[in-house]
Structures are given as structure tokens and as C-alpha cells.
Design a protein around this ligand. Sequence first.
Ligand code: SF4
Ligand code: SF4
Length: 85
Amino acid sequence: MINSILCYYRLTKLLNAIIKVPRIKEDFIMPRKVMEDTCIACGACAGECPVNAITVEDVSHIDPDTCIDCGSCQGVCPVDAIVEE
Ligand code: SF4
Ligand code: SF4
């Protein structure tokens, strides 16, 4: 009986932890975005992104669902076109 209760308790904690992961991402990860008027499409940011969240065409675009908020792109932009959302 005690073992069943302990097992249920551990399972509940595990499920809670799994369910909370998307909320943690929403609460703490602030995806970067590109100010399109400022970007000169040099591509430097895309080369730095560790998760390939950036595509560069006429201007650079950051996929907010892929961005992990590392800030690497911001550090290399020559015209400070990347900001936090
Ligand atoms: S903040 Fe990091 S993960 Fe997000 S787009 Fe820039 S380099 Fe990629
Ligand atoms: S580094 Fe800056 S200027 Fe160059 S493509 Fe990225 S956002 Fe645009």
C-alpha cells in the first residue's frame, strides 16, 4: 500500500515537471528579433546561431520558436539590429 502511494506521488511529480517545461520556456526565454529597418543582411548573426534559428534573405529573420535566447547573434551584429522581444 505504502509503495503504491509512493509510486503515485513520484509519478505525479514527474508529470508535473514535464508539463512545466513549456511554461518555463515561455517565462524565461526571450527570443531575439531583428529590426528590419536597421538590418543590412550581412549574415553575421546566422553564422553565430547555435540552433540555426536565423534565416537571411532581404533582411534577417529569427524564428522565435527555435531561438534559445543565447544572445550570440546580438554580439556580432555590426549595426545593432537585434533586440530582445
Ligand atoms: S539569441 Fe542565440 S539562439 Fe536566438 S537567434 Fe540569436 S544566436 Fe540564435
Ligand atoms: S548581423 Fe545584424 S545586420 Fe547582419 S544580417 Fe544579422 S541582423 Fe542583419
